[in-house]
Design a protein around this ligand. Structure first.
Ligand code: TYM
Length: 355
């Protein structure tokens, strides 16, 4: 049974990359299959504990952003991760499934831990196991994310495959598996966890910093000019696009001409994603023009698309009790799916059930 799961961490500044690479792409999926969107607050403590008010506020803010972007709590489950204990429980099981070698290869850990790996939290190291648990606690099949999560989703598949293989006999004996839709010699015929499909597509899978086209736009970049925050007002958006780094040449007419021009490539990609078109279409319209002409057009488009959302986010933040009610309802629905899955997992493992 197809099911979408994705999430955003409530840390720092939600930005255009989060919106174009992830949240905006979730909206149409609501018409296609059951969707679960999580505010992953348990992930937000891996790089240090934020202040209490900071964390609760950021959790509500991400929720408000989901809703303002068009995630409908009537059609999607929206909840914050910490309220469904099954995530933590399954993550522990996956700590015992995943191998040290697999996690040692995670590039995001290396980036986030920096030079002083000895002082990184164990949680930061094990983070991808929690992410796999988020997804697999719902046996989700599709995960729409930006390009930077690709390696984590490969690990999720490795964990699912190892669990399915190691416990194949028990899964069969207990009658808990579903037929493997794509039989292969590497996997048993009955699977407990699905082999999740990453959904990483479109012109905005990797939005880059506005100050440096070789660096990802990120919540934690020290320079606020490097990113467009979802909370920025129209003037700030215009100013940041005006100041965005470019090269001196006119825009090319073909997508190939963007090669070796990371800043130009990034701005064209942002335009395409905001307009719901492709880089080729944008270059059809703007090829041969200078950035002095393209930037104002991009700025107008960004303001047109983002301002109503920013406004709605701000309005929603005025009603924290309503946001909390959405999260509560979502957590109950989420738990109703995850609880039976963990019950199965405990049975597969052989934990003695006495309560
Ligand atoms: P996070 O909170 O860093 O980012 C949220 C989403 O935004 C995408 N994204 C970007 N897309 C394009 N360009 C960028 N510059 C950019 N920066 C961020 C991310 O790819 C992501 O889709 N580990 C995840 C959260 C998570 C999760 C999950 C996701 C936890 N459990 C289960 C999916 C399924 C993270 O830290 O995302």
């Amino acid at each position: 049974q197809p099911r979408v799961f994705s999430g955003v961490q409530p840390t720092g500044n939600l930005h255009l990359g989060n919106y174009l690479g992830a949240v905006s792409r979730w909206v149409p999926l609501q018409d296609q299959m059951p969707t679960i969107f999580c505010v992953v607050d348990a992930h937000a403590i891996t790089a240090g504990f934020p202040g209490r008010a900071e964390l609760t506020n950021a959790t509500r803010e991400v929720t408000a952003a989901y809703m303002a972007a068009g995630i409908d709590p009537k059609r999607s489950i929206i909840f914050n991760q910490s309220q469904v204990r099954e995530h933590m429980e399954l993550a522990w099981v996956f700590n015992c499934v995943a191998r040290m070698g697999w996690l040692n290869r995670m590039t995001q850990f290396k980036e986030k831990a920096g030079k002083n790996k000895e002082n990184a939290s164990v949680g930061l190291f094990a983070y991808p196991n929690l992410m796999a648990a988020d997804i697999l606690a719902y046996r989700a099949t599709h995960v729409p994310v930006g390009d930077d999560q690709k390696q984590h989703l490969e690990l999720t598949r490795d964990i699912a495959a190892k669990f399915n293989n190691d416990f194949a006999d028990r899964i069969k004996e207990l009658g808990l598996g579903v037929p493997n839709p794509t039989p292969s010699p590497e996997l048993p015929e009955m699977l407990y966890f699905p082999m999740t499909e990453p959904m990483i597509a479109g012109p905005a899978t990797r939005i880059m910093s506005l100050r440096d086209g070789t660096k990802k736009m990120s919540k934690s970049d020290a320079s606020d000019l490097s990113r467009i925050n979802l909370k920025d007002d129209a003037d700030t958006i215009s100013k940041k696009i005006k100041k965005a780094k470019t090269d001196p040449d006119a825009l090319p007419s073909e997508v190939d001409g963007l090669e070796g021009r990371p800043e130009a490539d990034n701005l064209v990609g942002i335009y395409a994603a905001l307009a719901g078109s492709s880089k080729a279409e944008v270059l059809n319209a703007y090829g041969g023009q200078q950035f002095s002409a393209f930037k104002p057009a991009l700025s107008d488009l960004a303001v047109e698309k983002l301002a109503p959302m920013t406004q709605e986010m701000r309005r929603l933040m005025g009603y924290p009790a309503e946001i909390d009610a959405v999260l509560k309802d979502g957590a109950e629905k989420a738990a109703a799916i995850a609880e039976p899955v963990l019950k199965d997992v405990r049975q597969i493992i052989g934990f003695l059930d006495v309560r």
